[in-house]
Design a binder for this molecule. Structure first.
Ligand code: ASP
Length: 325
């Protein structure tokens, strides 16, 4: 089943159209760029990454910190009610609750994370506060919500009319199973290097559409959805979180780069590991994106269709990744 057909079944045809039309006319393939490093750069997953990169770039180009850039960048996707896979307007779980996962990591190896958080528009900002203000890395559920409210975040209804309509439609036609398939999940993962050469990353999602209540994916798990090591680089993941968690995906990509692989090869090796260990994944998608300390970047996915937004001085466009199937 191709992306468009599957999204059509879920009622996500609009998103499919967006992604299909998202490439610059002659978008180069991964690693064809001549970016030579030593300058600020930001990359992020999927087409919604372009708008998020804009916000991140506004900070980076003024010499701002990569941590601020990735936080403010992904907040654009979180706050966009038309984005059905992140933050406000995200598709709910099978019981109609929008539950959000997010994490952030900086160049010092500090990390903050929230999972199964409800009613808060910008979980990434809560994750940042967990990192900055608590001795912990991760808060979940009611504890994360209480922490957010105590720190001035407003409780809102995240279920928009549109995401509610799609949930009600899904209930009519679908079995009570999580639809694990090629493209029903478009997390935003972002990596940035600032003009001081420091790298940070952020990852935020409403998770798999119509998941079981309480399900948490890879996106808020340090080492799965995101990992940053300022000596080496960073990686983010998107796709079926269960597969990414079982392989510590983003950590694996960074460790592959540490051993000398290029960003694209590091992502490919992680995808190959997933495919080898879980041959039943023929119909599921996972994509990795990596940014090395020297500014080289790359991505790789199981199936065709994974693309990412790339922004640096004088450049702002989508890149399509290579894939294994
Ligand atoms: N990785 C996310 C999850 O499993 C889904 C996504 O990439 O959109 O929750």
């Amino acid at each position: 089943m191709n992306r468009k057909k599957f999204l059509g079944l879920l009622g996500l045809g609009g998103l499919a159209t967006l992604s299909r039309n998202s490439f610059a006319a002659n978008a180069p393939q991964t690693e064809d760029f001549t970016y030579s490093g030593g300058k600020a750069i930001v990359i992020s997953t999927w087409y919604h990454g372009l708008a998020a990169n804009d916000a991140a770039w506004a900070i980076l180009k003024k010499g701002g910190r990569s941590l601020d850039a990735v936080e403010k960048g992904v907040m654009v996707s979180e706050s966009d009610p038309t984005n059905l896979t992140v933050g406000l307007g995200g598709l709910p779980d099978r019981d109609g609750n929008v539950t959000l996962d997010a994490c952030i990591m900086d160049e010092k190896g500090r990390a903050g994370s929230v999972a199964f958080l409800q009613h808060i528009e910008n979980p990434i900002a809560v994750a940042r506060l967990v990192m900055d203000k608590t001795p912990h890395v991760m808060l979940v559920g009611d504890g994360a919500l209480r922490f957010a409210l105590e720190n001035g975040f407003k409780k809102i209804n995240l279920l928009t009319d549109e995401s509610k309509r799609r949930w009600e439609e899904w209930k009519k036609t679908s079995k009570y199973e999580t639809p694990v398939n090629i493209e029903n999940h478009d997390t935003i993962g972002m990596l940035a290097i600032d003009s001081s050469g420091n790298i940070s990353g952020a990852c935020t999602t409403s998770g798999m559409a119509f998941k079981m209540h309480g399900r948490v994916g890879d996106s808020p798990i340090i080492g799965a959805g995101l990992f940053v090591d300022n000596e080496v680089g960073g990686a983010v993941a998107t796709g079926v979180g269960e597969l990414v968690m079982r392989t510590c995906g983003s950590f694996l990509v960074v460790e592959n780069m540490r051993r000398g692989m290029s960003p694209e090869k590091a992502c490919k090796a992680a995808v190959d590991r997933i495919v080898a260990k879980h041959p039943s994944v023929a119909d599921t998608q996972v994509g990795f994106l990596a940014l090395r300390k020297d500014g080289k970047y790359g991505g790789y996915s199981i199936h065709d269709g994974f693309d990412y937004a790339l922004t640096y001085e004088g450049h702002h466009a989508m890149v399509k990744t290579a894939h294994s199937k």
